[in-house]
Design a protein around this ligand. Structure first.
Ligand code: UD1
Ligand code: UDP
Length: 357
């Protein structure tokens, strides 16, 4: 079995890492094809180094650009490599442009496609991620759904049951594999001058939020209100897209502690010790739920409704007052929820399903 793992962005590197480790453990033939969608050291290489992943065999260096240009360049490059490498299966993870390009390039070459994290839906077509995940699901042969909800969604859309495998989310594997080491990475707390339980953490980078002046200003204002109300540091490791937009819109961030994007272990450490996390990230909604830390989601919808069901998360949108209200509610919330995303053996399950085929 020849496995091609196609990835390109920060969350894909994190969530593919357990699959890569499993392939290595079993001595399987696999290679990594990196599209180069993310390329800055702090968005890319730092994760390979820290998670001790083998380097990508191929890097397309596609870089940034509009959706059509970026996805088109990936398609061309991926097709060429798949034609020469002839893998038996291509694995893609999540909902980025890299996932869309990887899935389409492979299916048209009659190579089997496995979509890890299949069946998520926000039902919000303004999000590029929603388009990517629907299309990737519908050209995949193996749909690795994290929960029974995502499996139901796929069945509802007419995907044959024999192609759907409910395996949990590799985010849990990654958290379980790295949390102990992460918790000892206390340098970041020292550097920021913060104490466990006495700070908040925020991230925001989604296109529909930060590329819209009103939405992004609402989020920043909301974070400032929360910081003022609780009187503790609010740390915001800022994604390069958000940094660029903040400067473009000339939005003031007084009161917030903006830092460069963090490495995974430092970020996981902060997430696990934060009083509250506020974010529009998909992965962060899952990780906070897994870690038992309350989350306020800076969006009107989520493709991770399991987090709302168990009570780890609350939707606040981008209005500053609603963000403050949600923060007050979530800080006071009982934290004993059960993680709905699996037992941390998702990667093992995925590989063993592929090996049986
Ligand atoms: C992408 C994904 C999004 C995911 C996010 C993870 C799509 C459509 N979006 O969004 O789903 O949540 O990754 O972080 O695939 N930039 C850099 N250095 C980098 C990468 C990006 O400076 O290494 C800057 C560039 O100015 C670029 C912008 O960030 O134009 C956006 O990058 P892009 O990869 O297009 O989208 P993300 O917002 O990162
Ligand atoms: N993350 C990180 N450093 C940061 C912010 C996030 O290591 O400064 C990790 C986080 O732990 C999670 C992943 O990046 O595993 C989430 O990626 P992101 O929010 O960029 O994308 P999304 O999940 O929204 O697609």
């Amino acid at each position: 079995m020849r496995i091609a793992l196609i990835l390109g962005t920060r969350p894909e590197i994190v969530k593919c890492s357990p699959i890569i480790r499993e392939c290595k453990r079993l001595g399987l033939y696999f290679f990594i094809l990196h599209t180069g969608q993310h390329y800055s050291y702090l968005m890319d290489k730092v994760f390979f180094e820290q998670l001790e992943l083998p380097p990508a065999k191929f890097n397309l260096d596609v870089g940034s650009g509009n959706h059509g240009k970026q996805t088109g360049a990936m398609l061309q490059g991926i097709e060429k490599i798949l034609q020469s490498e002839c893998p038996d299966v291509v694995l893609v993870q999540g909902d980025t442009n890299t996932v869309l390009a990887g899935a389409i390039a492979a299916v048209k070459l009659w190579i089997k496609v496995g979509h890890v994290e299949a069946g998520l839906r926000s039902y919000d077509r303004r999000m590029p991620e929603e388009i990517n995940r629907i299309l990737a699901d519908h050209c995949s042969d193996y749909l690795f759904a994290p929960t029974s909800k995502s499996k139901e969604i796929l069945l509802h859309e007419g995907i044959p049951e024999k192609q759907i495998f409910m395996v949990g989310n590799t985010a849990v594997d990654a958290v379980y594999q790295n949390l102990e080491i992460a918790k000892s990475k206390n340098q970041i707390l020292v550097e920021l001058g913060i104490n466990p339980g006495k700070f908040m953490l925020a991230t925001s980078h989604r296109q529909e939020n930060v590329d819209n002046k009103e939405s992004f200003a609402g989020i920043i204002k909301g974070l400032q209100l929360v910081q003022k109300e609780f009187g503790i540091p609010l740390i915001y490791p800022i994604h390069p897209r958000a940094r660029k937009q903040l400067e473009l819109f000339n939005i003031e961030t007084e009161g917030l502690t903006l830092v460069e994007p963090l490495d995974y272990l430092s970020f996981l450490n902060l997430e696990s010790k934060a009083m509250l996390v506020l974010s529009d990230s998909g992965g962060v909604q899952e990780e906070t739920c897994i870690l038992g830390v309350p989350c306020v989601t800076l969006r009107e919808n989520t493709e991770r409704p399991e987090t709302l069901d168990v009570g780890s998360n609350m939707l606040a949108g981008t209005s500053s007052e609603r963000i403050l209200e949600a923060a007050k509610i979530m800080v006071g919330r009982e934290k004993g929820w059960v993680n709905p995303f699996g037992d941390g053996k998702t990667a093992q399950k995925i590989i063993s399903i592929l090996l049986k085929k």
